[in-house]
Design a protein around this ligand. Sequence first.
Ligand SMILES: NC(=O)c1ccc[n+]([C@@H]2O[C@H](COP(=O)([O-])OP(=O)(O)OC[C@H]3O[C@@H](n4cnc5c(N)ncnc54)[C@H](O)[C@@H]3O)[C@@H](O)[C@H]2O)c1
Length: 327
Amino acid sequence: MKVLVTGAAGFIGYHMSEALLKKGYKVIGIDSMNPYYDVNLKKCRLEKLKQNKDFSFYHLNLEDNQAILNFGKEHSDISYIIHLAAQAGVRYSLEAPFSYAQANLIGHLAMLELCRSLPHLKHFVYASSSSVYGANEKLPFAVEDRVDTPISLYAATKKSAELMTYSYSHLFKIPATGLRYFTVYGPWGRPDMSAFIFTKAILNDQEMPVFNHGDMRRNFTYVDDVVNGTIACMENAALIHKDLSVTHKLYNIGNNRSEKLMDFIHLIEEVLGKKAKIRFEGMQPGDVKETIAHIKDSTDDFGFKPETSIKQGVPNFVNWYRDYYNV
Ligand SMILES: NC(=O)c1ccc[n+]([C@@H]2O[C@H](COP(=O)([O-])OP(=O)(O)OC[C@H]3O[C@@H](n4cnc5c(N)ncnc54)[C@H](O)[C@@H]3O)[C@@H](O)[C@H]2O)c1
């Protein structure tokens, strides 16, 4: 069976594609290879994927609706889509707002149009984000909670994508599921995320800013857990959408443990055998102090079970980093 993975050269898309290939799926990857961060890292991930004969790659921009529809005509036998391509990052959305509107709204709409055109599509699964919970004070964050107050444009585009998907799913009976990912980390990670930034700074003896004076908590979620949860969701379309009057659903995909940011940093220090030079700063605009994921529904409906603690995951990340950069 054929699965289309968008953002296949990205951090999660790379792991997703590898796991799908291991399970015997044929994977088609799409990515625009945008230069938001080091394109070499994306090329290296892609090179590894291309070693598998069941992986094929299309260098396409989702914003090019016509190119995406033409692609769909060539691949009308696609069974599943895992849509991960997006302009990610909360902080960058203050600097480059239009790239968020292009990738996360126009690009997302092009994916919905593609879904509409595919005759054999069983399930459209797409990445949303815990950032949609904004400054909600009710914890843990549950999908039933109101999320009408995004505090970054990134969050606003992710919430908008959920709404657009709802309407397409309703109008055209497309089984669709949005997964709100919580802080994902692991090998081949994104250079703009905390695990990467802290590891790099400590190794280079650089001072590193820690926001809200270190008083933050996150559901650091290991990438393999995210991938396993997403694939389980994808495969359980019939179960999730058994009542076809509800063709769109949302779930949280996050670790069930919320960790103190400083504990995460101390673990990196421990693995590196080196102390961080920390510069404590105030809260960043658009950032939230604490996230806790309510995951009972994801566990009940498709068996999502985060298994990797930061004690296992952080060494895996740090060892990959040292190996990849030869430091
Ligand atoms: N990593 C996390 O902690 C996290 C948390 C919540 C949600 N998410 C979501 O998960 C998804 C994957 O995130 P990631 O961490 O792998 O990010 P990433 O930036 O590593 O991967 C995204 C990929 O999409 C590609 N892309 C961007 N715009 C595109 C376009 N218009 N057309 C084609 N390709 C395009 C990029 O080149 C990149 O390779 C995103 O939707 C992101 O918003 C990630």
